[in-house]
Design a protein around this ligand. Structure first.
Ligand code: SF4
Length: 368
């Protein structure tokens, strides 16, 4: 069995780490790229959202490399993610790819792995598979992903202070590679500590006062740097300290109910949105509205809302954010992403937004 899955941010680190610990084979599609996007655009329905197109392109690339079993996360609720699996299966079948599918829409769906016969496949590589083996593999994959997220978070804090543009991004990519190649927990810790040390030693100008900007919105485009045109890097290099509201780990913790004590959990954001939204709209809509309120209360300078073109839940959020922006006096910029989005266009708009935030901050200083 050659397992594959569509990319969503750095979820691949978690799955690769886990599967590596079990000694199994995965066929990881290349990270999202123009090629995946072109394939997705060619075979997907025209008005479907950007994540569908990228995931479809991803899977085609994986099948070309020999994958035969798809595992993909899904969701319930009104947005299209809950329905992705079926149309994708039909499109891929029509293209001649014969594959097994496992859609993970609830934690219980994991039992489907046994219907696919995964345990027999694992046993091919090991004498026998025990529950503890499974647990240790999960733990290793999870730790690897947390290590990647830790260095990504650190890079967001360091980038606005870097003296030589690009140092942080270079250090981050090298660090990701080092962490990815770790084979056990000891090597993983050693690699992570070395990366953190290297990132901290990047020459920085600590006299700067970066603008603070939060990024929220639809999960796929928030997590995937190709889909969001590397917006975090662009903002960092424009001198802004970015805080991302969604991480793969926080998304999982929310789904299993373990995010109760987190400072800015999705459940707190959903609660904060209640004066504007009393019912769940689906996907990240309620949380997006709530995060704008939470970050405005924390004194953030601006808020960026990312949404794929034609995304219903985020379209609802964008309408409400206009009111939130006025009520909480926080500038909000909604970025709609689709296959024709251009780097230059986004950069020009970001420069204008950052300029507006600087002027607002200066005005506030004069009035205080
Ligand atoms: S949240 Fe929006 S973009 Fe994401 S799958 Fe649902 S409809 Fe598509």
């Amino acid at each position: 069995m050659k397992i594959t899955f569509p990319h969503m941010g750095r979820m691949d680190i978690f799955i690769k780490g886990m599967v590596k610990a079990l000694g199994m084979e995965t066929v990881i599609p290349p990270t999202n790229s123009k090629k995946a996007l072109d394939l997705g655009v060619k075979y997907a329905p025209e008005f479907v959202c950007l994540p569908f197109k990228l995931m479809l392109g991803n899977l085609i690339e994986a099948f070309e490399k020999g994958a035969d079993t798809v595992i993909m996360v899904s969701d319930k609720g009104p947005c299209r993610l809950g329905l992705y699996g079926l149309p994708m299966q039909i499109i891929l079948k029509n293209l001649g790819y014969k594959t097994n599918w496992l859609i993970l829409d609830t934690p219980h769906a994991l039992y489907g792995l046994f219907q696919l016969g995964i345990e027999k496949d694992v046993v091919k590589y090991r004498d026998k598979l025990t529950f503890v083996d499974g647990l240790l593999a999960f733990h290793f994959g999870w730790k690897k992903m947390l290590a990647i997220e830790e260095i990504e978070r650190l890079s967001l804090k360091i980038r606005p202070y870097e003296i030589n543009k690009g140092d942080t991004t270079k250090g981050l990519y090298q660090g990701m590679e080092a962490i990815e190649s770790a084979d056990n927990l000891y090597d993983l810790k050693k690699a992570k500590d070395a990366v953190i040390k290297d990132l901290r030693s990047i020459p920085q100008d600590r006299n700067r006062r970066p603008l603070k900007i939060a990024i929220a919105g639809e999960i796929f485009v928030v997590l995937d740097s190709f889909a969001n045109l590397d917006i975090e890097k662009k903002l960092g290099e424009l001198g802004c300290e970015v805080d991302r509201t969604i991480w793969f780990s926080t998304h999982i913790l929310h789904h299993v109910g373990l995010d109760k004590f987190m400072r800015r959990s999705k459940r707190k954001a959903v609660r904060a949105a209640r004066p504007y939204l009393k019912y769940p709209v689906g996907a990240e809509c309620n949380a997006t509205v709530g995060y704008a309120i939470l970050y405005a209360k924390e004194g953030y300078d601006g808020f960026i809302h990312l949404m794929p073109f034609t995304c219903m839940p985020e379209f609802v959020a964008s309408g409400i954010l206009t009111r939130v922006s006025k009520d909480y006096d926080i500038p909000i910029f909604t970025v709609e992403l689709e296959e024709h989005s251009s780097q230059t266009h986004l950069m020009t708009r970001l420069e204008a937004f950052v300029d507006l935030l600087h002027r607002k901050r200066a005005k506030k200083k004069v009035n205080s």
